[in-house]
Write a new protein. Structure first.
Lengths: 216, 320
């Protein structure tokens, strides 16, 4: 049996499986924090970890389409919105750690920070741009916008990922290994899309608008 | 007419519905457990490894809890597990493990340049030049965190007096050991190594400037710069160069590693100053390790009374 013949038989359970697995890092982060296992600087650790997780989930959501085309497992698309929402979830936690542990809700300070520090501004912009994507991730919103418009809007995810990687580059001191690794992954994911745009695959009819999630 | 056909499968062989569903639930539970374990392992092994804190020594912790300034000492376990030592790794939590096999004996320190009596000291001879003192200093990292650390060591001035600097010596240059084979992060630090630092001679001669060989009354651990490091408490932490093998007196300002890496961001002086922001982040506040709220950063890290005189008539914004 070829990989492409692998059918998604139990969609509801698969969805639960993906949902719980995406939540695992958050659960571990919080329990490690509660148990005092995050080292000498737990607050900065949480800020870094949530930022990394946001970036990883964003890249994972951008990996769905290439993976789907390469494996011809079309049902993979069913998990894309969920993974994208998790990217927003971790980004929100990242933002929360910043305004809480870093600025202690001093909004004047946050405003000056955003204006003066490019890496804050870039991160902030990514967070704001992710908001409409999160809001329009319901079945209802997909219907209201129509598949075409929805797809167009959600191309913003590419920009968010670019901003996220830029944010990372701007904040490291000298060792760019990690931001470079994420930049390479992102370049591959975006490069794939450019390639497809110029050399569209002839066979197969791949729709990238999301299929509605069945009601539970 | 109804023709009775023999069933392919005997009814006794059909899995009862109850068993069928319980088997499915069993597989589901297995998938759930297996995948979450794998995700958890991926997360902890690769994305956010739990910082290793295995240098906890109860004897050490029991000593002194409050410094002279009334500020609590940072726990030994935190000081020895949260380090910036790029020759080992750029991750602060991993230095201790990677520096475990770093060889610090025998060790020599060469003091040369514009001096009457250049000399290569054996470490123990150097440490015996004068009585070791305990000094409790604040340490403020340029990244925005700080600690209160009880160092043991000798004033740098004691060593410099010993070699008799020339009248035209105006600066002191320091160099960290060049030991790529012992330092696993050597090629991925993003820095031009070996690490070099420098002070003006009057800064080097200042009574606060310390050559530290111990921490909490014990020999300095490798991750903290064993066997001998500089401690200049009114400057950002990176000025306090670790694992020193060479001290050279010169008549011109020596190059310094972080200044070479990013001249706009790290100046030669690098005095702690809440009013002069790092180009990418503010320096107005700091997180004292162990505290929740950020505290205000003090000019010259709270040592203005002792050191501000060194910088009279100097523009601290320009000479950052």
């Amino acid at each position: 049996m070829a990989l492409k013949d692998f059918k998604l038989k139990d969609e509801k359970f698969a969805r639960t499986l993906v949902f719980i697995n995406c939540l695992v890092p958050a659960i571990l982060l919080v329990t490690d924090f509660a148990r005092g296992r995050l080292g000498a600087n737990p607050l900065d650790f949480m800020t870094e970890a949530t930022g990394t997780l946001a970036l990883i989930f964003l890249l994972l959501s951008l990996s769905v389409t290439p993976l789907r085309r390469l494996t011809e497992l079309n049902w993979l698309i069913k998990f894309r919105r969920l993974i994208g929402l998790y990217a927003f979830f971790y980004l929100s936690l990242h933002f929360l750690t910043y305004i809480w542990f870093d600025k202690f809700f001093n909004f004047a300070e946050i405003a000056t920070d955003a204006m003066r520090r490019p890496f804050i501004l870039v991160g902030f912009t990514a967070f704001i741009l992710m908001m409409p994507l999160a809001v329009t991730s319901t079945n209802n919103m997909v219907k209201r916008l129509g598949g075409k418009n929805w797809n167009r809007l959600h191309k913003l995810a590419y920009l968010c990922a670019i901003l996220g990687v830029t944010h990372y580059f701007l904040l490291v001191k000298s060792d760019i290994t990690k931001p470079l690794a994420y930049a390479t992954l992102l370049a591959a994911l975006l490069g794939y899309r450019i390639y497809i745009a110029y050399f569209p695959p002839t066979k197969g009819n791949i729709i990238s608008a999301p299929s509605p999630i069945p009601r539970r | 007419m109804l023709i009775k056909q023999a069933d392919d499968i005997k009814s006794s062989e059909i899995t009862p519905e109850r068993v069928y569903f319980s088997r499915r639930n069993f597989i589901r539970a297995g998938l759930l457990a297996g995948s979450t374990l794998a995700t958890g392992a991926l997360y902890q092994g690769f994305l956010a490894p739990i910082p290793e804190v295995n240098y906890q020594d109860p004897n050490v912790i029991a000593r002194g809890t409050a410094s002279e300034a009334g500020e609590a000492l940072t726990p030994y376990s935190d000081i020895t597990s949260y380090n910036n030592y790029y020759e080992f790794t750029t991750g602060k939590y991993g230095v201790a493990r990677r520096a475990r096999n770093f060889v610090t004996r025998p060790w020599t320190v060469t003091v040369d340049g514009l001096v009457n009596k250049p000399k290569t000291y054996d470490l123990d001879e150097l440490l015996g030049l004068t009585a070791q003192e305990e000094r409790i200093y604040r340490l403020r990292c340029v990244e925005g965190w700080s600690m209160v650390i009880p160092w043991t060591g000798l004033p740098l001035s004691a060593v410099l007096k010993e070699v008799e600097p020339h009248g035209d010596a105006a600066y002191v240059a320091f160099q960290t050991i060049e030991a790529p084979k012992q330092m696993p992060g050597w090629n991925s630090s993003g820095l031009d190594l070996p690490y070099v630092e420098g002070l003006r001679l009057d800064e080097a001669m200042h009574p606060l400037t310390l050559l530290a060989s111990g921490l909490y009354g014990q020999p300095l651990p490798a991750q903290n710069g064993a066997p001998l490091r500089l401690v200049v408490p009114w400057k950002y932490g990176f000025k306090s160069i670790k694992s020193i093998v060479k001290i050279t007196l010169t008549d011109r300002q020596p190059p310094t590693t972080w200044n070479i890496a990013a001249p706009r961001e790290y100046g030669f002086y690098s005095n702690v100053n809440p009013n002069v922001a790092h180009p990418r982040w503010s320096q107005a506040k700091e997180r004292r390790i162990g505290e929740f709220l950020r505290r205000d950063t003090l000019l010259f890290n709270g040592y203005a009374d002792q050191v501000a005189g060194l910088y009279d008539n100097m523009n601290l914004r320009k000479n950052f």
